[in-house]
Design a binder for this molecule. Structure first.
Ligand SMILES: Nc1ncnc2c1ncn2[C@@H]1O[C@H](COP(=O)(O)OP(=O)(O)OP(=O)(O)O)[C@@H](O)[C@H]1O
Length: 611
């Protein structure tokens, strides 16, 4: 029974009132530390374990509003910490609720457009809730488990369910997932979910939402798609448009090079062989064949890279990103075949659907040479591409020094998301884009790609959008004469990368990755430490090996050294000392003539497991 208050309680009450006044003042004055956000102390421990010093602007603004229970629609640039901005208040409110009531049930549904993102968000929940893991159960619905297993996991009433709209709607339909106790709904990357064709799935989620669910929409761009979702899910939301205030020199420096189709390969060779860009790099290409062409081309010069595309098994994709983030690889070649369509400030919903349809049919991005040999629809079905794949959106690639748009994307929105893979969390980075002028389009058929047809028009849109954000897209100056000296070798390497070689490499890689993914899944579940023995950047060796190409002879080097080629040598040094040790070891290994045993990750794994 409660005791009546007497005068002895007055000092404590006064102190309490003062404390809340102070908190209100702080809130008004703005938040500057995580402690100011008055989050559960266990979450603060989780935050500090991740070495987050201060909240980012979107976290400062969105967390207090979400804690008050408001609907929030926030636009903040890529890499600005939006995940924590919605996860922390939700985790806090769930913990708070659990102190008094403990009816089990799913309180939060987080919808993301891709499996990779679902995995990433689940990992973020685990990290933030590391000190209250007993009290927070999260379930990722995009994992490849049977329906029966998924049903049984859901029957455990996880507090947080993370899914793509399609997975959520399928589980709602089968009554495995219940939204009866839902209090929070998040749609992350809300500018993208509709362009993935999730319209109907989102409609079915909306129909089953109980009244009063708090909705948070997070996006990097504000488009008509976000407006549609606002209409569907929000109740008078607070709209946050985080201005892109950055310190001078911070963020992404954006450059373009106008060049011919084959010159893209020439520049690629020179850039990586002479290490004009230091640090980790993501190379975006227009389709899957292009991925293998580029990898095989670089392989000719002894440059290692790994590949990401929608055809690879999801476990491989996740592992590649994880290892890249641990600095095991320097170069990822990612095909952006499910590109984000539409421009940032236009009504693009219809356009995107049309374009997606076109693409699903092998559409405008198919390479001319492969167009003639386009397999029949039936055949194409054999290799299933993952609809939920998306590499340019949301994935938190760590410490990326450079995003290289080897093939320019076909929309300014896509460009924004791609370049957002660098300069994350307040770091700096560089984006370099190759642009094929109209007069050079289709001038070198073997290296031509149809998406480059309108490069100049797209560049104009990109430049306009970036200008609106106060950013310049500058020409990257190359001394073409100095680069010319390398053309002969580039031609040699290109000739070795035949269509047959590409096809073989693609099939072989897929087969190997499928074996690894299935065969080793259980082992790695039991021994996660062994995962690092599986490398994904081994040589494909589908093209003729020309060992002389792996070295740059003295006579090719410009007199003034690298600086004579470009004065703008990109550089973002981000490695930790410990990472260096590991890399040196790997470089040594990579520079030796590779023997089958060394480059076969399966063999190195077996070798270890026998010991
Ligand atoms: N307060 C913080 N201090 C330091 N690092 C942070 C902070 N908040 C987030 N980060 C880190 O910043 C990176 C980007 O965060 P996050 O993925 O949430 O960005 P995002 O805004 O969702 O990006 P995108 O729009 O591309 O999805 C992550 O590595 C995350 O761990």
């Amino acid at each position: 029974m409660k005791r009546k208050l007497d005068e002895n309680d007055v000092p404590a009450l006064v102190e309490e009132i003062e404390r809340s006044k102070e908190a209100a003042e702080k809130k008004k004055a703005g938040v500057s530390t995580f402690a100011d956000l008055a989050l559960d102390s266990r979450l603060l421990q989780g935050i500090s374990k991740q070495n987050f010093q201060t909240p980012t602007p979107v976290q400062c603004k969105a967390i207090p509003l979400a804690l008050e229970g408001r609907d929030v629609m926030a636009r903040a640039k890529t890499g600005s910490g939006k995940t924590a901005a919605y996860l922390l208040p939700i985790l806090h409110l769930i913990l708070k609720r659990k102190e008094s009531a403990s009816t089990p049930g799913t309180s939060a549904l987080i919808l993301v457009p891709t499996r990779e993102l679902a995995e990433q968000v689940t990992r973020a929940v685990d990290l933030f809730a590391a000190f209250c893991a007993k009290d927070i159960k999260a379930l990722n619905l995009t994992g490849k488990v049977s329906d029966a297993v998924q049903r049984s996991l859901l029957s455990d009433s996880p507090d947080i369910v993370i899914a793509t709209p399609a997975r959520a709607s399928a589980n709602l339909e089968g009554s495995a997932l219940s939204l009866e106790n839902l209090t929070h709904l998040v749609i992350d990357e809300s500018d993208l979910v509709l362009s993935y064709g999730y319209d109907e799935d989102l409609q079915s989620v909306a129909k089953l939402l109980p009244k009063g669910v708090q909705t948070i929409l997070m996006s990097a761009t504000l488009t008509s798609e976000v407006e549609t979702l606002k209409g569907l899910f929000c109740r008078n939301p607070v709209i946050l448009k985080l201005e892109e205030v950055e310190e001078a020199g911070a963020g992404v420096s954006q450059y373009i090079v106008k060049c011919g189709e084959d010159e893209k390969f020439l520049l690629l060779y020179v850039i990586f062989k002479l290490k004009l860009i230091k640090g980790k790099c993501i190379i975006f290409v227009g389709d899957i064949d292009r991925c293998y062409r580029t990898k095989l081309f670089l392989e000719q010069f002894g440059i290692r890279s790994c590949i990401l595309n929608s055809e690879l098994p999801v476990n491989t994709r996740l592992h590649v990103v994880e290892e890249f983030n641990k600095n095991v690889y320097d170069i990822i070649i990612a095909s952006d075949e499910h590109e984000i369509m539409g421009d940032e400030d236009m009504d693009d919903t219809d356009k995107s659907t049309k374009a997606q349809d076109e693409k699903a049919d092998g559409g405008p991005d198919a390479e001319p040479e492969s167009e003639a040999k386009k397999p029949s629809k039936k055949k194409r079905k054999v290799v299933e591409k993952d609809k939920d794949y998306g590499v340019s959106r949301g994935i938190d690639f760590k410490n990326v020094a450079c995003v290289l748009n080897f093939d320019l994307p076909t929309s300014s929105k896509s460009y924004t998301h791609r370049i957002g893979r660098t300069a994350r969390a307040g770091q700096t980075g560089m984006a370099l884009s190759f642009v094929v002028p109209a007069k050079l389009y289709r001038k070198h058929p073997p290296t031509s790609i149809s998406s480059a047809q309108d490069d100049e028009k797209i560049l104009a849109k990109i430049a306009k959008q970036q200008k609106k954000k106060g950013k310049d897209v500058k020409p990257y100056s190359f001394d073409v004469k100095q680069v010319e000296a390398f053309r002969y070798r580039m031609g040699d390497a290109l000739r070795a990368v035949t269509r047959v070689a590409i096809r073989e490499a693609r099939t072989r890689e897929l087969r190997q990755e499928l074996i690894k993914s299935e065969k080793l899944k259980r082992h790695f579940e039991e021994n996660p430490g062994d995962l690092h023995h599986l490398r994904h950047d081994g040589e494909l060796r589908a093209a003729k090996v020309q060992s002389h190409l792996k070295h740059v002879p003295e006579y090719l080097m410009p007199e003034g050294g690298k600086k004579a080629i470009t004065s703008d040598v990109g550089f973002v040094a981000l490695r930790k000392a410990t990472d260096n040790k590991r890399r040196v070891r790997m470089n040594k290994r990579g520079s030796k003539k590779p023997s089958g045993r060394k480059i076969d990750p399966l063999k190195s794994f077996r070798g270890k497991s026998k010991r």
